[in-house]
Design a protein around this ligand. Structure first.
Ligand code: TXA
Ligand code: MG
Length: 318
C-alpha cells in the first residue's frame, strides 16, 4: 500500500476509514502511528494482529482536543491539568483513570488509559476529522525499530494497513515521554520531552518503578526498538581496532571513522535534537546495509540524549 500525501481529500478518506473500523498509519511529531478508533475493539484488535503485539501491551490514545480527553479519562488530577497546560499539544503521554467506554483491549485490562494530544498538524487534523479518539502504537512490528518516515511503514507493514498518510520525516524521532501521576508521579518512559522539563512543572518524578508497575510499560522491556543486526554500544569509534570495523557499520555521534562497511553521523554539530531525529532513520538504513554488526557511539546523557541512549541500550540488548 503506497503512502498518500496529506491532502484534504486523503485526510477525509482516511478519517472515513477510521470511522468504519479501518487501520490508518499517520505521522506524528515523534514517530509514525498505526491508528484505529479507540472505542472500536474490533478495529483495535487489528492493530495487535498487524504488529504481532502481545495483548499485555496497552496502547496510547491520541486526542485532537481536550473535550476528547473527557470521553476516555476521568478523575484528572491537578498535576495532570498542569502538564496538559504546559506540554499539550506535544510529545507527552499521561496515564489517567479510564472510562468504562474504553475497551479493555486498548488498555490491556488496566484501569488506566495512556493519552496524548499530538502536536503534528496532520495527526490532529486526522483525529479531528475522524471525530473519535484514536488508539495508536508506533507503526512497526512489535519490538522492531520505530518508523520516522512513511517509507519505513510501507516497508514494514505494507498491504496490511488500509491507508498510510505521508507527512515526511518526523520532527523528534523518538517516542513521547510517558508519565503516571498516581499513586505518585513517576516516569514510565524517557522520550522527546526531557524529564527535567516535566519536573520543573510538577516536581520530582520517581524513576524506579515498583514491581507491579513495571510490566505496564513494555517500552521499558530490555529488548525493544531493535534492528535485526546486532548493535554494540561503543565510546569513540576512532578507538575501535581496524580489524573489528571490517564488515561492521557505524552509527557515529559527531564524526565518521574509516574502515567501516557503512556509516552515518547523527549530528556533525553535536546537536542532540538533530541526533534524535535521525536515530531510527539511520538504524533502518544500517540494518539494510548487510553489516554483521552496528557499532553505535554513546551520546551525552542530557536532555533528549537520555531517550537516545535508552533506545540504543534496548536495541542493543538482544
Ligand atoms: O510517541 C509516541 O508515544 C508514539 C506515537 C505514535 O504517538 N506511540 C508509541 O506507542 O510510542 P507504543 O505503543 O509504541 O508505546 C506505548 C507505550 C507502551 O510501552 C505501553 O505499555 C505504554 O505506552 N502504555 C500504554 N498505556 C499504558 C498504561 N495504561 N499504563 C502504563 N503504560 C501504558
Ligand atoms: Mg513502539
Amino acid at each position: 500500500m503506497p503512502a498518500v500525501p496529506a491532502t484534504s481529500e486523503n485526510l477525509d478518506r482516511a478519517a472515513a476509514l477510521l470511522r468504519g473500523g479501518g487501520v490508518v498509519a499517520f505521522p506524528t511529531e515523534t514517530v509514525y502511528g498505526l491508528g484505529a478508533n479507540a472505542f472500536d475493539a474490533r478495529a483495535v484488535a487489528r492493530i495487535f494482529e498487524i504488529k504481532a503485539r502481545p495483548a499485555f501491551d496497552p496502547l496510547i490514545v491520541h486526542l485532537s482536543d481536550e473535550a476528547m480527553l473527557e470521553r476516555v479519562a476521568q478523575d484528572v488530577p491537578p498535576a495532570a491539568r498542569a502538564l496538559i497546560q504546559t506540554f499539550w499539544p506535544g510529545p507527552l503521554t499521561i496515564v489517567l483513570n479510564k472510562r468504562a467506554m474504553v475497551p479493555d483491549l486498548v488498555t490491556a485490562g488496566l484501569a488506566t488509559v495512556a493519552v496524548r494530544m499530538p502536536a503534528h498538524p496532520i495527526a490532529r487534523a486526522l483525529i479531528e476529522r475522524a471525530g473519535t479518539p484514536i488508539a495508536a502504537p508506533s507503526a512497526n512490528p512489535f519490538g522492531y525499530l520505530s518508523p520516522t518516515q512513511a517509507a519505513h511503514v510501507e516497508r514494514m507493514l505494507d498491504d496490511r494497513v488500509d491507508c498510510i498518510i505521508d507527512g515526511g520525516s518526523t520532527e523528534h524521532g523518538v517516542e513521547s515521554t510517558i508519565v503516571m501521576l498516581e499513586p505518585r508521579p513517576a516516569l514510565l518512559r524517557h522520550g522527546a520531552i526531557p524529564v527535567e522539563a516535566i519536573e520543573a512543572s510538577i516536581g520530582p518524578l520517581a524513576r524506579e518503578l515498583s514491581d507491579e508497575a513495571r510490566p505496564l510499560a513494555p517500552g521499558r522491556l530490555s529488548a525493544h526498538y531493535a534492528p535485526h543486526t546486532p548493535i554494540r554500544i561503543i565510546g569513540d569509534a576512532a578507538r575501535v581496532p581496524e580489524s573489528e570495523r571490517h564488515g561492521a557499520a557505524l552509527l557515529a555521534f559527531r564524526s565518521p571513522a574509516a574502515g567501516y562497511l557503512d556509516a552515518r553521523v547523527l549530528s556533525a554539530a553535536g546537536d542532540l535534537r538533530e541526533a534524535a531525529s535521525h536515530l531510527f532513520e539511520y538504524l533502518h538504513e544500517l540494518d539494510a546495509s548487510g553489516a554483521v554488526r552496528i557499532d553505535a557511539e554513546r551520546v551525552p546523557m542530557d536532555g533528549i540524549g537520555i531517550a537516545i541512549m535508552d533506545r540504543l541500550q534496548r536495541a542493543g540488548s538482544r
